[in-house]
Design a binder for this molecule. Sequence first.
Ligand SMILES: NCC(=O)CCC(=O)O
Ligand SMILES: [Mg+2]
Length: 353
Amino acid sequence: MAIKYGRPIELREVARGTGAAVPHALDLTVRPRRNRKAEWARRMVRENVLTTDDLIWPLFLIDGNNKREPIASMPGVDRLSVDQAVREAERAMKLTIPCIALFPYTDPSLRDEQGSEATNPNNLVCQTVRAIKKEFPDIGILCDVALDPFTSHGHDGLISDGKILNDETVAVLVRQALVQAEAGCDIIAPSDMMDGRVAAIREGLDRSGLLDVQIMAYAAKYASAFYGPFRDAIGSAKTLTGDKRTYQMDSANTDEALREVELDIAEGADMVMVKPGMPYLDVVRRVKDTFAMPTFAYQVSGEYAMIAAAANNGWLDGDRAMMESLLAFKRAGADGVLSYFAPKAAEKLRSQG
Ligand SMILES: NCC(=O)CCC(=O)O
Ligand SMILES: [Mg+2]
């Protein structure tokens, strides 16, 4: 007898004699709805759970003091001055969110062709890392490595004749990773998609004695339309020339994602990431099943904006859509999610006890 998912396929033939006793009842041995009949029953058979441990909270930084600047395309998300970022780190601690991620809005006067501010040991990111670590040494801090918040052209790397240079960029990224790690950052997260950057950064960290600094590689990062609001947030939307398709992945591909992830693991990544999130859950599943590595997904700004905007219009229940979208990452096999919903979701999870 053929068996599928633990049950004989010919079940209907073998299971029943004369049918059910209740009038009008269908002759069904198996009724999947029984396991959904009450909340306690649903809890008993629930396969995946979201907890605050699954959340990484990205924060946007801006120069100044006691400043919070709303981002129009990301309702509910602000750019924060260093002191305010410290307060949000405290909020994350209290909500038991294990890790925050930092993204700077660099003053336009500090942006140049080379993204020089990226390697300034006193840039906004490094200042914030030091300020947070001083007050809250026990929260994890992730810093992005890429040049786009710092370049006048909005690209993640150095440009020559319209071409993004790989190897020259990697050398700068190593220096960027080092200033961040020296400031006290716990996880270096290269998001630039240059080839060979994970190996180069690992070597740079090890040579500087920063052996415990982890690397979370944005291993499969796609050239996506869903990054729009993020580019508003860091101020690169207006300046970006062209697109990022010569370094970020083509959304049509998944085998290529496996090759990218495999390379980053071989080069020393401790954790890998797929980005964006919701439109790429198939990639998350394949990566997790293939490599069994700590696997993260980034629910990016456009995904946040879609849900937030629809909720603000009364078109869907924002809280339920948020929780459903986050649980979907767990179902796809992710160990955690970078999400702008992190504090709101954590508050909800904690109120549910
Ligand atoms: N390197 C970080 C990002 O590009 C974030 C994109 C987004 O949230 O849209
Ligand atoms: Mg790669």
